[in-house]
Design a protein around this ligand. Structure first.
Ligand code: ATP
Ligand code: MG
Length: 242
């Protein structure tokens, strides 16, 4: 694929929290238009940190970030990035801050300069698309965990992003809601990276599963969905089921 299709290009990214150990060590990651990537990895391996670096919420200590072929270093560089890339936070409470669901979902479109009427229309359509019609006037902080997660996704989708970064979108969702989410994601014509510990979920909606280990990303764990429904990150290697 040509350079024009390269959305994200991270090279040699290093990062540690102040006074803490290295979290990311010479990490490389590329995302091309149309890529649908799953990202797995142990607790604390740096997956959420990586998403925050892509959004410019954390600054790497070294390495380069290019987004749409544009080098991103300063806060100003990331302002445009945040209009194109939608981040679903791991914790919905970090995402939702307005009193009601409709206000929360409309916040993004209004912030992007849409008129009140346009923002309302986009928000209602997005809620409807996610099966959340009737939630408009619900008090955000009183929603259940799974409802918060879906409303968070609505706030992200309402901004009509070109790329989605979803940090554990299925956590707290029941099987039926997970199935709805799968349908929603497979119907979107977007590029995305989804962090999840659920390999079966990732196998159905991504083309590649990457693994985070020792501060780096291991590539090419191509998803092999087995006939007996579940899948493994073992690529083409022969393996046994115990
Ligand atoms: N704000 C912070 N200050 C200091 N250390 C942090 C901070 N946030 C995360 N860490 C540490 O950085 C490491 C990576 O955390 P991160 O949240 O990126 O992991 P993760 O792969 O998303 O894990 P999980 O699967 O549990 O969500 C962990 O050791 C964590 O304790
Ligand atoms: Mg995390």
């Amino acid at each position: 694929m040509g350079l024009n299709h390269l959305i994200l290009n991270l090279e040699d990214i290093r990062f540690n929290y102040t006074g803490g150990p290295k979290v990311l060590t010479d990490l490389d990651l590329q995302l091309f238009k149309g890529d649908r990537i799953g990202l797995m990895g142990p607790n604390g391996s740096g997956k959420t940190t990586l998403f925050q670096i892509i959004m410019g919420l954390l600054k790497p200590s070294s390495g380069s970030i290019e987004i749409y072929n544009y080098p991103c270093k300063t806060e100003k560089d990331f302002i445009d990035v945040r209009k194109k890339i939608g981040l679903l936070f791991q914790d919905a409470d970090d995402q939702l801050f307005s009193p009601t669901v409709l206000e929360d979902v409309a916040f993004g479109p209004l912030n992007l300069g849409k008129s009140r009427d346009e923002a309302m229309e986009i928000s209602l359509n997005t809620l409807n698309f996610l099966g959340l019609s009737g939630f408009e006037d619900r008090i955000t902080y009183k929603l259940s965990g799974g409802e918060k997660k879906l409303v968070s996704l609505a706030t992200v989708l309402a901004m009509e992003p070109e790329v989605l970064l979803l940090d554990e979108p299925t956590s707290g969702l029941d099987e039926k809601t997970k199935a709805t989410l799968k349908n929603v994601l497979s119907g979107l014509d977007l590029s995305y990276i989804i962090i999840s510990h659920e390999i079966d979920f990732l196998a159905e909606i991504t083309d590649h599963i990457y693994t985070m280990e020792n501060g780096k990303i291991l590539f090419d764990q191509e998803v092999h969905a087995h006939e007996h429904v579940h899948a493994h990150p073992h690529g083409a290697y022969v393996h046994e089921h115990k």
